[in-house]
Design a protein around this ligand. Structure first.
Ligand SMILES: C[S@@+](CC[C@H](N)C(=O)[O-])C[C@H]1O[C@@H](n2cnc3c(N)ncnc32)[C@H](O)[C@@H]1O
Length: 228
């Protein structure tokens, strides 16, 4: 059965489309797949891994990029009853579709303190010591794809801002479709201990990666391997 178009909107010159098939959803931006409900293992692993690495039992978590909500579902599952989760999503349509079509209310109710805000995640990186965990899944990796302005986040200045927004033992995780030595070097210059964990998906030809940026040097090593 082919995907059926549910809704489409043009936002900031980008055509966003929501498709559905067999109870699953897919979002495309300008014809490119942004998120597909049939392939969410690494997005789920990202949320699980973030919860596992959280330096506090009641972590303050910032998530950049709502998409179809698989990462936040995994986070809510792990820390929802005690943690604070703020989700910044650039697209008003993605938030609207999430609330109207995608979300599981039962799951969201398990989070005592969840905020989904319509904002560029960069705007929430202003304050010092604000988050214990920052999870970024806004692009195909540390190169801007969705919007050119995301380049600022991966720049040395953006990475210093990310560093400053974390608590003392805070940790940032970035989903990526590729490895980037330039990004790793910039993150190290900003003060982070950097590791890159490969994640093998069910399709053997597709690798995804999770960059772990640790504020404290002690936390940059010996992470357990990402699991499905
Ligand atoms: C690949 S999807 C995220 C998938 C998500 N992890 C999941 O589990 O479904 C990327 C999302 O990031 C959003 N986005 C892109 N740039 C952003 C930014 N600067 N701030 C916040 N959200 C952003 C996109 O609109 C899109 O919804």
């Amino acid at each position: 059965m082919p995907w059926a178009l549910i809704e489409s909107v043009t936002e900031n010159d980008a055509l966003l489309e929501l498709y559905g098939k067999d109870g699953m959803f897919m979002i495309r931006a300008n014809g490119l797949e942004l998120m597909n409900g049939f392939c969410h293992e690494s997005e789920t692993a990202l949320g699980q891994y973030a919860a596992q690495l959280a330096p506090s039992r009641k972590p303050r978590v910032l998530v950049g990029g709502l998409g179809l909500g698989y990462t936040i579902a995994a986070l809510i599952e792990a820390v929802g009853a005690v943690g604070t989760i703020t989700v910044a999503e650039l697209s008003g349509a993605v938030i609207d579709w999430f609330h109207r079509y995608v979300k599981s209310s039962a799951l969201l109710e398990r989070c005592t303190d969840l905020r989904i805000v319509h904002a560029d995640v960069m705007q929430l990186l202003a304050a010092d010591d604000r988050y214990d965990v920052i999870v970024l899944d806004i692009d195909n990796g540390p190169e801007p794809l969705v919007t050119a302005s995301n380049a600022a986040l991966y720049s040395p200045a953006g990475l210093r801002k990310l560093y400053a927004s974390l608590s003392e033992n805070g940790i940032a995780l970035l989903w990526s479709g590729f490895e980037s030595t330039t990004f790793a070097a910039h993150a190290e210059e900003a003060g982070f201990a950097v590791t890159c964990e490969p994640f093998e998906r069910s399709r053997a030809d597709l690798y995804h990666y999770i960059y772990v940026l640790a504020k404290s040097p002690d936390r940059g090593e010996s992470h357990p391997k990402t699991k499905n």
